[in-house]
Design a protein around this ligand. Sequence first.
Ligand SMILES: [Zn+2]
Length: 641
Amino acid sequence: MFIKYIVVGALALTLLSSCSDDNSSNTTPSNTSPSPKVDQSLPSVEVTKNAIQVGKDYHSFANPESIKVTHLSLDLTVDFTKKVLVGTAQLDFERVDVNAQQLILDTRDLTIDGVTAKGKEINFDLASADSFLGAALTIDIPADVNSVLISYQTSPKASGVQWLTPEQTAGKKHPFLFTQAQAIHARSFIPLQDSPQVRMTYEATIRTPIELLAVMSASNEPDTPRDGVYQFSMPQPIPAYLIALAVGDLHFKPMGERTGVYSEKGILDAAAAEFADTESMLIATEKTFGPYSWERYDLLILPPSFPFGGMENPRLSFITPTVIAGDKSLVALIAHELAHSWSGNTVTNATWRDLWLNEGFTTYLTYRIMQMIYGDERFEMEAVLGRQDLQADIDSLPANDQIMAIDLRGRDPDDVFSNIPYEKGALFLRELEHKVGRENFDQFLLGYFEKFAFKSITTDQFVSYLDQTLLKDHSANLSKQRIEQWIFQPGIPDGAPVPKSDAFSVVDQARDDWLAGKIQANKIDSEKWVVHQWLYFLNNMPEKLSQEQLADLDKTFALTNSKNNEIAHSWLLISVNNWYQPAFNRLHDYLTSIGRNKLVKPLYKALSQTPDGKVMAQKAFAEAKPGYHPLTVKANEGFVQ
Ligand SMILES: [Zn+2]
């Protein structure tokens, strides 16, 4: 049976520590079945497992079981006028099957101009495109060949590349380009084996307009001369979804010995101040979870249209500017992206079904890092907020989508990022920690990260590793049945850990008193409240509030004008749900200046519930669309039709 542990308000909850993907459920409206009562006539563990060929990547055409790409060499020119990348990709490969004669790659919307090996043209075939997998590129490989050179160019509509005009940047003078490869968008700017189980090293030469700087998920030289030709090298093997490029009027500011920030000049100082604790996070994480494998850890702050909170591109995480709050209140995002350097980037999910191995471990580590740097109170508050986010998804997602090892066959992996792999994954690991003790669990994690370093693994490999290690050593406290319930079944197992925060008790009391009419808003003793308490205060309001109540809150706390993007989000959502018109100008500005999907999608969704709301949504969307990332457009266009 499923039991609710925390009474959650009727609002869709936001979360602080999000990532690549910003796990607010991206399930498109058409895909969402009505929320089931989760008493679950569940698919049994065996049925779920048998139906899926474990380890098979259903989201790639590539044939790494026959021929595996090991190294990529890019030479690309960035053409801002035509909005294309044009050049060559050299792929070095090894034959897993010695008789293999064809190399199969993933592409999407690429124009292939030719393929050569040892200087000679060789045959290739570009298949017709599948709607979300793209098109297979099959290359005939002569027996004595271990490397091919592909000449190609991208489409201006490449799903993984966003081209921004100067007006869409903070500086307004130069264009900007950034890529976002996760989950399966690397194939839209490079022909390659776009599967997380194929790891390759890479090098790149990127040619840009002379006044701009290119950076990549690779070795970056902060002092490199701006000459329009930039060289990169990534000596550790990484999956395709971690290849990333950005080009713009970028500047660098160091934060510590191994950490620094790249951004447009206007926000460089604010970003470096906001994220000043990154170096301490890096040191603390190394102490507990083993050495950092990637030399430097820098941040790239993108323009506001970046669709996610952050993306853990190795050596250079891509970060939304919406977390620069001025008080470090939203830096859990940095802890999250940094944590990926261990979980995800070092130990990677073999298929998108196994994403929870990546995001669940990362979310667990995020909480631990936040606790190490900012103490127990903040850790507890963030854990409660995360648990509420998870509950909101459990209450609204169909049963299959509540399973950590989710069946994604026939679906676009972008559509199914939710709090399940993130927060349910983290809660599962917290339960393991509670059952075996923190010290033992940390030892287990150290061993796990070491054992599978630079490998991509499946859920089943993890379960079997758990079987041989933690389960064997702590058989009195752990059971395989319970572990499989967490991983292969919907809902949250009865008796799961319940995060608690004393700092939220005072907020509950204040909200209750105010809602009961015992006090006016100006009598709420909120002077010392931190951002998390404000979010908890707002996110747990009842669905309906009166105009007087809303005006009382707004007049007292100036919520419509909140500079904190998360607080503003929660308030605007309340305003839409209660048709509080004084907030609507801000709402329009918010929707047209921020492209982070987690922040805008719930607002569009709420607006789409009424005819008048839909008109507002359509107006904002039409204005904002040219600056939104294709993923944000895709996730929201259903709400304005
Ligand atoms: Zn993440």
